[in-house]
Write a protein that binds this ligand. Sequence first.
Ligand SMILES: [Zn+2]
Length: 337
Amino acid sequence: MTRTTPPRPLDVAAEFPDLAGLTRRATRLHPRPGEPTVHDSSVGGPLLWPTEEPWPAYTPAYRPYGPLTTLADIRTRRSLLTHAWARPRGPRENLLTKQEQEIIDRISTGYAPELMPEGPLPLIPVAQFYARDIAGLPCPEGTDMLQVLWAPFEEIEGCSEAVQLRWRLSSDVREILVEAPEPAYVDQSDHVPAPCVLHPEEVREFPPPHVLDEEQQSRLRAWAEARSVDYWSDLSVAPGWKLGGWPAHFTFRDPADSDELHCGECGGPVEALLTVDSSEWDGASGSWRPLEDADEKNHHPYRNAHDPTLVTVGRGYTLQIYSCVTTPSHLPRTIMQ
Ligand SMILES: [Zn+2]
């Protein structure tokens, strides 16, 4: 099923022709729970990986404090909660059976860091995109897909081997890796995306306030406010997981300047590539909720259309992944916004 963003409540370009040139196309990914294969575009799904290519790994800068968990435990917990929420329940009945509660309790206790091996840990798949599914995917010449991997730890911000990109030509992959290596432990279960299939949709965005000058900002804000619309949440940048377009809003911190916003390898300019969001919309940005999901939230309290990937960045922020403009294979710059 496709996903359709409702029309924006006001037409910025019609009212302010001088801003019409500042529009960008973004692709909302609309991830939803599913069982993607290596041949699908996905969030949290398996990657099309050649057997002969080493799987990327990362050595944490410090030993985590713990308690730690494992991918197996995270999958068990999520599957158990999915089934529990899906079954009918009487008014006084607990969500979980006694046996299920014991499993959840054991998983929540976790493991002491001393029990876990030292050394490099394989990254986990975050997302995979085929150009055939996403018209605006900025593929470097000779490639037709993008893969994003990261380490399920706290340290996904900055520019390091904790977050990596692979641009490749899918037809180059002759022997497909069947079982990807997995890290022995996970430090941050909120950074493990649950498998989702995508329903890409192109939308038009206007710049987030932090890239506009003061005069433009106040003009837009006043015009929208007089019509009971909020430029920030309704008219500028789409919420949720997306590719391309304008970078996400800076919410809890000052916007990044050129001291921070550059390629960590060559120092050159970077541009917004992938936005990882903690929810697909929130109370403020509800006008972006797809028409098809109008009352979905009432029916599925767990892993619904609003929160399909189960990824949370910080306190519900976004992780904006920027890529090097001149050499897209460079390590990306990531900023929590
Ligand atoms: Zn670079």
